[in-house]
Write a protein that binds this ligand. Structure first.
Ligand SMILES: Nc1nc2c(ncn2[C@@H]2O[C@H](COP(=O)(O)OP(=O)(O)OP(=O)(O)O)[C@@H](O)[C@H]2O)c(=O)[nH]1
Ligand SMILES: [Mg+2]
Length: 223
């Protein structure tokens, strides 16, 4: 798959979509329990503790929609959130580290890979990378796997509030010349903070391009 061209997303569309209702749909431990694929899905993946659940909360403006934690590996199931009946946000278990027995961690990781490779309605995998640490070998392995499975992905730097601007810029440059050239990558990356909401408007707008169109307003009964 070639690199993906980037249309200029509309900030107002993003704002409208993410100000609508977002509901926890369900959490599943096994892929067989997933609901039938219907709405477009965007998944959030990344190493444990990178800020996946926090990002979903910041996007939807709901502090405790997705459970966050100081304990890496907290989100152990695949959690689905219905955004206004127009798209599904998917909070995936973290890869890379978890305070759990190794076989259990490996099972989660395999499950997550199966989801990313096999879900027909998956439109985009957001791969989150902690701006303090940059990409690790396991992130690169994940991106290679996504490229091979022809899953489009976008890199999102998290916790930008904890990094000085010059270091952020250096990391962005490094990613531009390396990971963002991989097959399936969106050429731009998002630099975000769930704490300060930095980068959130642009990210909402980009994600909104994958949602179903809003339902037309109900016809007035007056005429
Ligand atoms: N300063 C700062 N802290 C953040 C940000 N995003 C997340 N955190 C913190 O990072 C920790 C982990 O956040 P989570 O959202 O639970 O991370 P996760 O990727 O969902 O973790 P797992 O589900 O365990 O894989 C929490 O203590 C958050 O408060 C951010 O943008 N800035
Ligand atoms: Mg989580």
């Amino acid at each position: 798959m070639a690199s993906l061209a980037e249309a200029a997303p509309d900030l107002a569309d993003g704002h409208r979509l993410f100000s609508q209702d977002c509901q926890f749909l369900l959490g599943v431990a096994e892929l067989a329990q997933l609901p039938p694929a219907s709405l477009p899905e965007v998944a959030f993946a990344g190493r444990s503790n990178v800020g996946k659940s926090s990002l979903i909360n910041a996007l939807t403006g709901r502090r405790q929609l997705a459970r966050t934690s100081n304990t890496p590996g907290r989100t152990q199931q695949i959690n689905l959130f219905d955004l206004a009946g127009r798209m599904i946000l998917v909070d995936l278990p973290g890869y890379g580290f978890a305070k759990a027995p190794k076989p259990e961690v490996e099972r989660w990781q395999a499950r997550m890979r199966d989801y990313l490779r096999g879900r027909p309605t998956l439109r985009l995998a957001c791969i989150l990378i902690d701006a303090r640490h940059g990409p690790k070998p396991i992130d690169e392995a994940m991106l290679t796997m996504l490229g091979e499975a022809a899953v489009a992905f976008r890199l999102i730097l998290t916790k930008a509030d904890l990094v000085k601007p010059a270091a952020l810029e250096a990391l962005s440059d490094r990613l531009q010349t390396a990971l963002l050239r991989k097959s399936g990558a969106y050429p731009d990356l998002s630099v975000t903070s769930a704490r300060t909401d930095a980068g959130m408007d642009e990210l909402k707008a980009m994600l909104a391009t994958f949602a179903l169109p809003a339902a037309p307003p109900a016809a007035s009964s007056a005429d």
